[in-house]
Design a binder for this molecule. Structure first.
Ligand SMILES: [Fe+2]
Length: 350
Protein backbone atom coordinates (compact mmCIF):
# COMPACT_ATOMS: atom_id res chain seq x y z
CA UNK A 1 0.00 0.00 0.00
CA UNK A 2 1.25 3.50 -0.77
CA UNK A 3 0.05 6.93 0.31
CA UNK A 4 0.12 9.30 -2.65
CA UNK A 5 -0.51 13.00 -3.05
CA UNK A 6 -2.89 13.99 -5.81
CA UNK A 7 -0.21 14.79 -8.41
CA UNK A 8 1.25 11.29 -7.97
CA UNK A 9 -2.04 9.50 -8.55
CA UNK A 10 -2.48 7.82 -11.96
CA UNK A 11 -5.39 6.11 -13.70
CA UNK A 12 -5.26 2.36 -13.12
CA UNK A 13 -4.34 2.56 -9.42
CA UNK A 14 -6.64 0.70 -7.04
CA UNK A 15 -7.91 2.34 -3.84
CA UNK A 16 -7.23 0.48 -0.60
CA UNK A 17 -9.05 3.00 1.62
CA UNK A 18 -12.26 4.96 1.07
CA UNK A 19 -11.69 8.56 0.01
CA UNK A 20 -13.62 10.57 2.61
CA UNK A 21 -14.19 14.32 2.38
CA UNK A 22 -13.71 16.69 5.30
CA UNK A 23 -17.47 16.80 5.92
CA UNK A 24 -17.55 12.99 6.22
CA UNK A 25 -18.97 12.27 2.77
CA UNK A 26 -17.45 9.32 0.95
CA UNK A 27 -16.15 10.39 -2.46
CA UNK A 28 -14.80 7.04 -3.71
CA UNK A 29 -15.00 3.62 -2.18
CA UNK A 30 -12.05 1.33 -1.55
CA UNK A 31 -11.65 -1.33 -4.21
CA UNK A 32 -12.30 1.10 -7.08
CA UNK A 33 -9.76 1.37 -9.86
CA UNK A 34 -9.05 5.02 -10.55
CA UNK A 35 -10.33 6.01 -13.98
CA UNK A 36 -9.27 9.21 -15.76
CA UNK A 37 -12.55 10.95 -14.83
CA UNK A 38 -12.04 10.17 -11.13
CA UNK A 39 -8.77 12.14 -11.25
CA UNK A 40 -10.77 15.22 -12.14
CA UNK A 41 -13.17 14.53 -9.32
CA UNK A 42 -10.34 14.22 -6.78
CA UNK A 43 -8.99 17.55 -8.02
CA UNK A 44 -12.40 19.25 -7.80
CA UNK A 45 -12.81 18.16 -4.18
CA UNK A 46 -9.21 19.05 -3.36
CA UNK A 47 -8.38 15.65 -1.87
CA UNK A 48 -4.84 15.93 -0.42
CA UNK A 49 -3.81 12.25 -0.65
CA UNK A 50 -5.18 8.76 -1.18
CA UNK A 51 -4.08 5.20 -0.35
CA UNK A 52 -3.59 2.83 -3.28
CA UNK A 53 -2.27 -0.67 -3.96
CA UNK A 54 1.33 -0.97 -5.14
CA UNK A 55 0.36 -2.50 -8.51
CA UNK A 56 -1.09 -0.42 -11.31
CA UNK A 57 -3.68 -2.05 -13.54
CA UNK A 58 -3.26 -1.39 -17.27
CA UNK A 59 -6.56 0.32 -18.15
CA UNK A 60 -8.04 -0.55 -21.50
CA UNK A 61 -9.36 2.57 -23.09
CA UNK A 62 -13.10 2.39 -22.91
CA UNK A 63 -14.60 3.54 -26.16
CA UNK A 64 -17.52 5.52 -24.69
CA UNK A 65 -15.24 7.38 -22.29
CA UNK A 66 -13.01 8.41 -25.17
CA UNK A 67 -16.02 9.62 -27.21
CA UNK A 68 -17.40 11.54 -24.21
CA UNK A 69 -14.06 13.21 -23.57
CA UNK A 70 -13.60 14.04 -27.27
CA UNK A 71 -17.04 15.65 -27.34
CA UNK A 72 -16.11 17.71 -24.28
CA UNK A 73 -12.81 18.92 -25.71
CA UNK A 74 -14.29 19.61 -29.18
CA UNK A 75 -17.12 21.80 -27.86
CA UNK A 76 -14.70 23.51 -25.44
CA UNK A 77 -12.30 24.35 -28.31
CA UNK A 78 -15.14 25.64 -30.47
CA UNK A 79 -16.66 27.81 -27.75
CA UNK A 80 -13.28 29.24 -26.77
CA UNK A 81 -12.41 29.97 -30.43
CA UNK A 82 -15.71 31.80 -30.87
CA UNK A 83 -15.13 33.82 -27.70
CA UNK A 84 -11.76 35.03 -29.01
CA UNK A 85 -12.98 35.51 -32.62
CA UNK A 86 -10.72 32.77 -33.94
CA UNK A 87 -11.49 30.60 -36.95
CA UNK A 88 -13.85 27.75 -36.10
CA UNK A 89 -13.77 24.31 -37.69
CA UNK A 90 -16.69 22.14 -36.67
CA UNK A 91 -15.82 19.05 -38.75
CA UNK A 92 -14.15 17.30 -35.82
CA UNK A 93 -17.14 18.04 -33.57
CA UNK A 94 -19.50 16.70 -36.23
CA UNK A 95 -17.54 13.44 -36.41
CA UNK A 96 -17.51 13.06 -32.62
CA UNK A 97 -21.24 13.81 -32.37
CA UNK A 98 -21.96 11.22 -35.09
CA UNK A 99 -19.91 8.71 -33.10
CA UNK A 100 -21.81 9.56 -29.93
CA UNK A 101 -25.20 9.19 -31.68
CA UNK A 102 -24.14 5.80 -33.07
CA UNK A 103 -23.24 4.61 -29.57
CA UNK A 104 -26.64 5.70 -28.24
CA UNK A 105 -28.55 4.19 -31.18
CA UNK A 106 -26.87 0.89 -30.25
CA UNK A 107 -27.41 1.26 -26.51
CA UNK A 108 -29.41 4.04 -24.80
CA UNK A 109 -27.60 3.67 -21.51
CA UNK A 110 -24.03 3.72 -22.81
CA UNK A 111 -23.20 7.22 -21.54
CA UNK A 112 -25.51 7.39 -18.54
CA UNK A 113 -22.89 6.83 -15.87
CA UNK A 114 -20.71 9.52 -17.47
CA UNK A 115 -23.31 12.29 -17.45
CA UNK A 116 -23.53 14.63 -14.50
CA UNK A 117 -19.78 14.82 -13.78
CA UNK A 118 -19.31 18.55 -13.79
CA UNK A 119 -17.14 21.02 -12.03
CA UNK A 120 -17.85 24.71 -11.89
CA UNK A 121 -15.14 25.69 -14.44
CA UNK A 122 -16.13 23.22 -17.11
CA UNK A 123 -19.85 23.45 -16.46
CA UNK A 124 -20.92 24.93 -19.81
CA UNK A 125 -18.97 22.41 -21.91
CA UNK A 126 -19.95 19.26 -19.97
CA UNK A 127 -23.53 20.53 -19.79
CA UNK A 128 -23.55 20.82 -23.61
CA UNK A 129 -22.41 17.20 -23.96
CA UNK A 130 -24.96 15.92 -21.43
CA UNK A 131 -27.82 17.84 -23.07
CA UNK A 132 -26.81 16.22 -26.36
CA UNK A 133 -26.91 12.72 -24.80
CA UNK A 134 -30.33 13.19 -23.14
CA UNK A 135 -31.76 14.73 -26.32
CA UNK A 136 -30.61 11.84 -28.50
CA UNK A 137 -32.06 9.25 -26.08
CA UNK A 138 -35.40 11.10 -26.10
CA UNK A 139 -35.41 11.56 -29.89
CA UNK A 140 -34.73 7.85 -30.35
CA UNK A 141 -37.65 6.99 -28.03
CA UNK A 142 -39.88 9.32 -30.07
CA UNK A 143 -38.98 7.36 -33.22
CA UNK A 144 -37.43 10.35 -34.93
CA UNK A 145 -35.55 9.13 -38.00
CA UNK A 146 -31.83 8.60 -37.67
CA UNK A 147 -30.77 11.32 -40.12
CA UNK A 148 -32.71 13.86 -38.10
CA UNK A 149 -31.22 12.55 -34.84
CA UNK A 150 -27.69 13.31 -36.12
CA UNK A 151 -28.76 16.91 -36.88
CA UNK A 152 -30.63 17.27 -33.60
CA UNK A 153 -27.54 16.08 -31.73
CA UNK A 154 -25.46 18.80 -33.34
CA UNK A 155 -28.06 21.42 -32.41
CA UNK A 156 -28.09 20.09 -28.83
CA UNK A 157 -24.33 20.19 -28.31
CA UNK A 158 -24.19 23.70 -29.81
CA UNK A 159 -27.32 24.99 -28.03
CA UNK A 160 -25.49 27.37 -25.67
CA UNK A 161 -22.79 28.47 -28.11
CA UNK A 162 -24.13 32.04 -27.89
CA UNK A 163 -22.91 32.19 -24.28
CA UNK A 164 -19.45 32.77 -25.78
CA UNK A 165 -20.57 36.29 -26.55
CA UNK A 166 -21.89 37.02 -23.05
CA UNK A 167 -19.40 38.91 -20.82
CA UNK A 168 -17.55 36.52 -18.48
CA UNK A 169 -18.46 38.77 -15.54
CA UNK A 170 -22.10 37.79 -16.09
CA UNK A 171 -21.53 34.23 -17.25
CA UNK A 172 -19.37 33.31 -14.24
CA UNK A 173 -21.01 35.56 -11.67
CA UNK A 174 -20.90 33.79 -8.31
CA UNK A 175 -24.47 34.67 -7.40
CA UNK A 176 -27.91 35.27 -8.83
CA UNK A 177 -28.07 37.61 -11.81
CA UNK A 178 -29.78 40.98 -11.48
CA UNK A 179 -32.73 41.67 -13.79
CA UNK A 180 -30.46 43.68 -16.11
CA UNK A 181 -27.80 40.96 -16.18
CA UNK A 182 -30.42 38.33 -16.88
CA UNK A 183 -31.64 40.38 -19.85
CA UNK A 184 -28.07 40.33 -21.23
CA UNK A 185 -27.81 36.58 -20.57
CA UNK A 186 -31.06 36.00 -22.46
CA UNK A 187 -29.38 37.27 -25.63
CA UNK A 188 -27.39 34.04 -25.82
CA UNK A 189 -30.08 32.24 -27.79
CA UNK A 190 -30.13 34.93 -30.51
CA UNK A 191 -26.33 35.18 -30.46
CA UNK A 192 -26.21 31.40 -30.90
CA UNK A 193 -28.57 31.67 -33.89
CA UNK A 194 -26.29 34.29 -35.47
CA UNK A 195 -23.06 32.37 -34.81
CA UNK A 196 -24.32 28.98 -35.96
CA UNK A 197 -26.17 30.53 -38.93
CA UNK A 198 -22.78 31.62 -40.29
CA UNK A 199 -21.08 28.25 -39.87
CA UNK A 200 -20.61 26.48 -43.20
CA UNK A 201 -22.28 23.07 -43.42
CA UNK A 202 -24.84 23.77 -40.69
CA UNK A 203 -28.51 23.73 -41.66
CA UNK A 204 -30.76 26.70 -41.05
CA UNK A 205 -32.97 24.43 -38.95
CA UNK A 206 -30.16 23.88 -36.44
CA UNK A 207 -29.72 27.64 -36.09
CA UNK A 208 -33.50 28.09 -35.58
CA UNK A 209 -33.60 25.35 -32.95
CA UNK A 210 -30.74 26.97 -31.06
CA UNK A 211 -32.62 30.27 -31.13
CA UNK A 212 -35.67 28.54 -29.61
CA UNK A 213 -34.12 26.42 -26.86
CA UNK A 214 -35.51 28.71 -24.11
CA UNK A 215 -39.02 28.96 -25.54
CA UNK A 216 -41.67 27.39 -23.29
CA UNK A 217 -44.75 25.33 -24.13
CA UNK A 218 -47.14 27.98 -22.69
CA UNK A 219 -45.47 30.89 -24.51
CA UNK A 220 -43.69 32.29 -21.44
CA UNK A 221 -40.17 31.66 -22.79
CA UNK A 222 -37.77 33.80 -24.83
CA UNK A 223 -36.73 35.34 -27.21
CA UNK A 224 -40.02 35.28 -29.18
CA UNK A 225 -42.53 33.83 -26.70
CA UNK A 226 -43.44 31.05 -29.15
CA UNK A 227 -46.05 28.55 -28.00
CA UNK A 228 -46.84 24.84 -28.36
CA UNK A 229 -46.17 23.45 -31.85
CA UNK A 230 -44.84 26.79 -33.11
CA UNK A 231 -41.68 25.77 -31.27
CA UNK A 232 -39.53 23.41 -33.34
CA UNK A 233 -39.75 19.77 -32.22
CA UNK A 234 -35.99 19.57 -31.66
CA UNK A 235 -36.06 22.72 -29.50
CA UNK A 236 -38.85 21.20 -27.36
CA UNK A 237 -36.65 18.14 -26.79
CA UNK A 238 -33.50 20.15 -26.05
CA UNK A 239 -35.27 22.45 -23.58
CA UNK A 240 -36.29 19.49 -21.39
CA UNK A 241 -32.76 18.04 -21.44
CA UNK A 242 -31.35 21.50 -20.73
CA UNK A 243 -33.47 22.17 -17.65
CA UNK A 244 -33.01 18.66 -16.22
CA UNK A 245 -29.23 18.77 -16.63
CA UNK A 246 -28.93 22.33 -15.28
CA UNK A 247 -30.90 21.43 -12.14
CA UNK A 248 -28.72 18.42 -11.39
CA UNK A 249 -25.49 20.47 -11.52
CA UNK A 250 -23.88 22.23 -8.59
CA UNK A 251 -23.74 25.93 -9.36
CA UNK A 252 -21.82 28.62 -7.53
CA UNK A 253 -25.09 29.99 -6.14
CA UNK A 254 -26.97 26.81 -5.28
CA UNK A 255 -26.51 23.14 -4.43
CA UNK A 256 -27.61 20.70 -7.09
CA UNK A 257 -30.95 18.90 -7.08
CA UNK A 258 -30.78 15.15 -6.72
CA UNK A 259 -31.84 13.55 -10.04
CA UNK A 260 -35.23 12.38 -8.68
CA UNK A 261 -35.92 15.92 -7.44
CA UNK A 262 -35.08 17.36 -10.88
CA UNK A 263 -37.40 14.81 -12.54
CA UNK A 264 -40.15 15.78 -10.09
CA UNK A 265 -39.59 19.46 -10.92
CA UNK A 266 -40.01 18.73 -14.63
CA UNK A 267 -43.20 16.78 -14.02
CA UNK A 268 -44.60 19.54 -11.81
CA UNK A 269 -44.05 21.99 -14.67
CA UNK A 270 -45.52 19.69 -17.27
CA UNK A 271 -47.92 21.52 -19.59
CA UNK A 272 -46.62 24.95 -18.62
CA UNK A 273 -42.97 24.77 -19.63
CA UNK A 274 -42.70 21.55 -21.59
CA UNK A 275 -44.39 19.53 -24.30
CA UNK A 276 -46.12 16.84 -22.17
CA UNK A 277 -45.67 14.04 -24.71
CA UNK A 278 -41.94 14.68 -25.00
CA UNK A 279 -41.53 15.03 -21.25
CA UNK A 280 -43.18 11.65 -20.77
CA UNK A 281 -40.74 10.14 -23.24
CA UNK A 282 -37.80 11.80 -21.52
CA UNK A 283 -38.78 10.52 -18.07
CA UNK A 284 -39.55 7.05 -19.42
CA UNK A 285 -36.25 6.63 -21.18
CA UNK A 286 -33.38 8.24 -19.33
CA UNK A 287 -32.04 6.53 -16.26
CA UNK A 288 -32.65 8.99 -13.42
CA UNK A 289 -30.31 6.90 -11.26
CA UNK A 290 -28.15 4.89 -13.68
CA UNK A 291 -27.17 1.31 -12.92
CA UNK A 292 -24.01 0.85 -10.81
CA UNK A 293 -23.68 4.40 -9.52
CA UNK A 294 -23.03 4.58 -5.79
CA UNK A 295 -25.47 6.60 -3.71
CA UNK A 296 -25.79 7.66 -0.10
CA UNK A 297 -29.22 7.08 1.44
CA UNK A 298 -30.80 9.19 4.20
CA UNK A 299 -30.35 6.15 6.45
CA UNK A 300 -26.54 6.49 6.17
CA UNK A 301 -26.32 3.36 4.03
CA UNK A 302 -24.12 3.47 0.91
CA UNK A 303 -25.59 1.48 -1.95
CA UNK A 304 -25.08 0.49 -5.58
CA UNK A 305 -28.02 1.20 -7.90
CA UNK A 306 -29.52 -1.84 -9.62
CA UNK A 307 -30.74 -1.65 -13.24
CA UNK A 308 -33.97 0.28 -13.88
CA UNK A 309 -35.20 2.68 -16.52
CA UNK A 310 -37.54 5.65 -16.64
CA UNK A 311 -40.00 6.15 -13.76
CA UNK A 312 -38.72 3.03 -12.01
CA UNK A 313 -35.23 4.56 -11.90
CA UNK A 314 -36.53 7.53 -9.90
CA UNK A 315 -36.79 5.19 -6.93
CA UNK A 316 -34.69 2.21 -7.97
CA UNK A 317 -33.77 -0.95 -6.14
CA UNK A 318 -30.35 -0.62 -4.54
CA UNK A 319 -27.83 -3.01 -3.04
CA UNK A 320 -26.36 -1.77 0.23
CA UNK A 321 -22.58 -2.25 0.32
CA UNK A 322 -21.46 -0.27 3.34
CA UNK A 323 -22.55 2.29 5.90
CA UNK A 324 -21.20 5.80 5.98
CA UNK A 325 -18.07 5.72 8.16
CA UNK A 326 -18.72 2.03 8.80
CA UNK A 327 -17.00 -1.19 7.74
CA UNK A 328 -17.91 -2.83 4.40
CA UNK A 329 -20.87 -5.21 4.41
CA UNK A 330 -19.79 -8.60 3.13
CA UNK A 331 -23.34 -9.75 2.49
CA UNK A 332 -24.95 -6.88 0.54
CA UNK A 333 -28.71 -6.62 0.93
CA UNK A 334 -31.29 -4.98 -1.32
CA UNK A 335 -33.70 -2.14 -0.63
CA UNK A 336 -36.50 -1.36 -3.06
CA UNK A 337 -36.94 2.40 -2.70
CA UNK A 338 -40.43 2.24 -4.20
CA UNK A 339 -41.52 -0.02 -1.37
CA UNK A 340 -39.73 2.03 1.28
CA UNK A 341 -41.10 5.58 0.93
CA UNK A 342 -39.14 6.96 3.88
CA UNK A 343 -35.79 5.97 2.35
CA UNK A 344 -34.34 8.23 -0.34
CA UNK A 345 -31.10 9.25 -2.03
CA UNK A 346 -29.35 12.24 -0.43
CA UNK A 347 -26.11 12.22 -2.39
CA UNK A 348 -24.35 10.63 -5.32
CA UNK A 349 -20.93 9.31 -4.35
CA UNK A 350 -19.64 8.16 -7.74
FE1 LIG B 1 -29.30 28.24 -22.88
Amino acid sequence: MQKLSLNEVRAGMKLVKDVVLEDGRILLLKGFTIKPRYLNKLKVYNVPFIYVEDDIVELEEISEERVYEDAFSNIKDIMESIRYDEKVDIEELKETVDDMVQHILNDDMVFMTLTGIRDIDNYTFLHSVDVCIYSVITAKALNINNNDIYELALAAILHDVGKCKIPLSILNKPGKLTTEEFEVMKHHSIKGFEIVGQMPGISERIARVICQHHEKWDGSGYPLGLKNYDIELWARIISISDVYDALTANRVYRKRFMPHEAAEYLMANNESQFDPRILQSFINNIAIYPQDIIVLLNTGEVARVLPAKGMASMRPKVSVITKKDGPPIFDPYEIDLRKNPTVFVVDIIS
